[in-house]
Write a protein that binds this ligand. Structure first.
Ligand code: ADP
Ligand code: TRP
Length: 331
């Protein structure tokens, strides 16, 4: 079976953009691939310097994956930090990653651009973890001979960089030591809109947390920004983030029926939001309940992740041995 791998950074609570854009597509893929899914905790360290906060986030993401349906018997599920081979491969890859390549990384460039606009030193607040982020991510991926990497559209550049770095290394040794991975982006759900219509993201503070209580969920949905069309006016469902979110939770027939009501006029945004709340709450309730049970027993979560790490290390030890021999570090 081919290999699928992805990771999520524990830098905040999961939102429905993460769920539909990353977790669900990855779990669907796990039906057809040998899946390795992990918590990218060392990637999170670049921005999360509060140890309590980081620890809390790690458990939340772990519980999130499991609540969403990840079966640790089928998927190798682990923390990046529990697999030291990742860091050894990252060191090897550093020798093949061109600085010019990393200079072009969007995440790093965005921070630099912001600094320049504010007349700050261009490097203000930029640590080497952020600058070398794509190398560590390439190590995550290449270590497992991954065939496909399910990610959101914002991550495509990182996958391209992993390909580039792997090619540089393979070229140097004249053999395919590292498999070239491919990104998998589910077009349907490529960008989930947030409360303000921009991409849902914790950086924009426009998210609907996946495990929001019923009350909180309702409050957030009522906060979705709309235009000033009156109740009577016909509305275009394809132009509404309320409807885009509705489609994530509703069946085909429900979607068609509601789209017809949008187009006919006579339904205001308030009612459209009520409809969204109804289907969202229906869909999220079982996930929320499982999550609450899991997060209450952190020792169990830890044991699951440790078991996953042991399985992961059987795989990664082989890759590292292969590379060490090839590069002349082991004899
Ligand atoms: P955030 O933008 O909130 O910081 P992350 O960057 O931590 O989210 O994203 C984790 C995963 O979820 C990534 O694979 C990313 O592509 C996906 N993702 C995040 N937000 C969205 C969204 N609004 N739509 C689709 N996928 C998303
Ligand atoms: N960079 C990814 C994100 O921000 C997280 C990540 C780290 C990842 N390592 C990975 C994703 C390897 C896929 C494969 O969402």
């Amino acid at each position: 079976m081919k290999i699928a791998l992805t990771g999520i950074k524990p830098t905040g609570i999961l939102h429905i953009g993460n769920y539909f854009g990353a977790i669900k597509p990855a779990l669907n893929l796990a039906e057809r691939y040998d899946a390795r899914y992990f918590i990218a905790d060392y990637h999170a360290l670049n921005s999360m310097k509060d140890p309590h906060e980081l620890k809390k986030c790690i458990f939340e993401i772990a519980a999130g994956w499991l609540a969403a349906g990840l079966d640790p018997e089928k998927v190798v599920f682990y923390r990046q930090s529990s697999v030291p081979e990742v860091f050894e491969l990252a060191t090897i890859l550093m020798a093949f990653a061109a600085k010019g390549l990393l200079n072009r990384a969007h995440a790093y460039k965005a921070v630099m651009q912001e600094n320049i606009e504010k007349d700050n030193d261009p490097d203000a607040g930029i640590n080497m973890g952020l600058f070398t982020y794509p190398v560590l991510m390439a190590a995550d991926i290449l270590l497992f001979d991954s065939d496909v990497v399910p990610v959101g559209r914002d991550q495509t550049q990182h996958i391209e960089m992993a390909q580039e770095i792997a090619r540089m290394l393979n070229f140097n040794y004249g053999e395919e030591l590292l498999k070239i991975p491919q990104a998998v982006i589910e077009e349907e759900v490529a960008v989930i809109p947030g409360l303000d219509g921009r991409k849902m993201s914790k950086s924009y503070n426009n998210t609907i947390p996946l495990f929001a209580s019923e009350k909180e969920l309702r409050k957030l949905i009522m906060r979705i920004v709309t235009n000033s069309q009156s109740i009577d006016e016909p509305k275009n469902p394809d132009d509404s983030q309320i409807f885009s979110l509705y489609k994530l939770f509703a069946g085909k027939e429900e979607c068609e029926a509601l789209a017809a009501r949008y187009r006919a006029g006579g339904m205001g945004w308030g009612e459209a939001k009520e409809e969204l709340f109804r289907v969202a709450n229906r869909g999220l309730l079982p996930v929320r309940e499982r999550y609450n049970e899991l997060i209450a027993v952190p020792e169990k979560l830890n044991a699951i992740l440790e078991e996953g790490a042991e399985k992961a290390r059987v795989i990664t030890a082989k890759t590292i041995a292969r590379l060490r021999r090839a590069i002349g570090i082991a004899f």
